[in-house]
Design a protein. Structure first.
Length: 363
């Protein structure tokens, strides 16, 4: 009898239909028909927990989906926590082989449909999703920060700082613009006054490899005897690490550099033009859902007459206070190998250190 019972159990297991991927589609279809409404007005996503969210699908970058809900505001959801995306609006979708498609979006557990065509890609093949090229405004992001420390009374001191971070991303390229300015005065005497602004345009050839047709940087620091420094270059970059929490890319290339000195001797040249080579490293790490860490470094190889090799490093932490307001702390280091002497013969120090604290608003 035990043997017969075992045989019956085995046959029952073999003949019972298994619940696999093939049977998930009717269940999803049933849910969609019952829940998803007004697809011409709203986008929908289904979480792996079975919950549905209604709102506006913004983009997918860095393994995260940005979704705007009228009730929950802007949400950043890990890609692995989303089972389905339904959007009737046009999006630009990039895959890991470089292929780009545009159209309405439907992503399921095991398929990707852009427009009317179900493509031969899996969700894991997705690199990025952005607003369609026809909807250029949807691809912009901006963050502005301001910091101040004012003292009045026996000591008249003011420390002001400002930061700007602007990005425009599509499925195939990105534009990055950032600026940092700091000014300090003590009893009406200016002791710090510098500006650094840079812009890059990158075109992604594959998921990891990108080309940089143009790179621009402007730097000003009279206390380092630099009235204006312009750098224009190009290059190539590669993502060494690109996962859920950690992103690290490196780049390098040739550049042209022109420097105008703030104060030099009678016989010394007031400016210098030279070719150079730069190396850059940019690292972002998500420590928690509310704290992001960054570390950016750039090394520029230049001749002695221009001040020699230059290094710039920034280590920062961004802490979310609300969905739109951040508290940012940045530590900066600037190094110039051979600073040019001032008119009185004094040579500026090679190293500058500063800490900048700002409250930033995401626009």
């Amino acid at each position: 009898m035990p043997f017969i019972a075992l045989v019956i159990v085995i046959f029952a297991l073999v003949l019972t239909p298994s619940v696999g991927a093939g049977q998930q589609a009717p269940l999803y279809l049933e849910e969609r028909q019952a829940i998803v409404k007004d697809i011409d007005k709203y986008d929908w996503i289904r979480l792996s927990s079975g919950e549905w969210l209604k709102g506006e699908f913004k983009a997918m970058y860095d393994k995260q989906i940005e979704f705007d809900s009228d009730i929950l505001d802007t949400l950043f959801i890990d890609r692995e926590d989303v089972d389905m995306v339904i959007s009737g609006r046009a999006h630009s979708v990039r895959f890991n082989d470089g292929h780009v498609s545009e159209g309405a979006l439907l992503i399921g557990p095991s398929y990707v449909q852009v427009g009317a065509a179900k493509l031969a890609y899996l969700p894991k093949d997705l690199v990025s999703i952005a607003a369609s090229a026809k909807d250029a405004g949807g691809a912009w992001y901006a963050k502005v920060g301001v910091g101040a420390n004012l003292s009045r009374g026996n000591t008249e001191q003011s420390e002001l700082s400002a930061t700007v971070d602007i990005k425009r991303r599509t499925a195939t390229n990105r534009l990055l613009i950032n600026a940092l300015a700091a000014r300090t005065s003590n009893d009406e005497e200016v002791t710090e006054n510098n500006v650094r602004a840079s812009g890059t345009f990158d075109w992604f050839y594959t998921k990891s490899l990108y080309f940089r047709p143009v790179f621009f940087e402007y730097y000003r620091d009279p206390f380092q005897n630099i009235d204006h420094k312009y750098t224009l270059g190009a290059g190539i970059g590669y993502y060494v690490i690109d996962n859920q929490r950690w992103e690290w890319d490196i780049g390098m290339g040739p550049a042209y550099q022109r420097t105008q000195f703030a104060n030099v001797g009678i016989d010394a040249p007031s400016s210098n033009s030279t070719t150079s080579v730069y190396f850059s490293s940019n690292m972002d790490y998500e420590l928690t859902s509310d704290i992001d860490l960054t570390f950016d470094y750039r090394f520029t190889l230049a001749e002695q007459a221009a001040g020699g090799n230059a290094q710039h490093a920034l280590m920062g932490a961004s802490i979310d206070i609300t969905s739109d307001i951040d508290f940012d702390i940045s530590l900066l280091w600037d190094h110039l190998q051979s600073p040019i002497a001032n008119a009185d013969g004094t040579v500026p120090k090679k190293d500058d250190y500063k800490m900048i604290v700002t409250f930033a608003v995401e626009l």
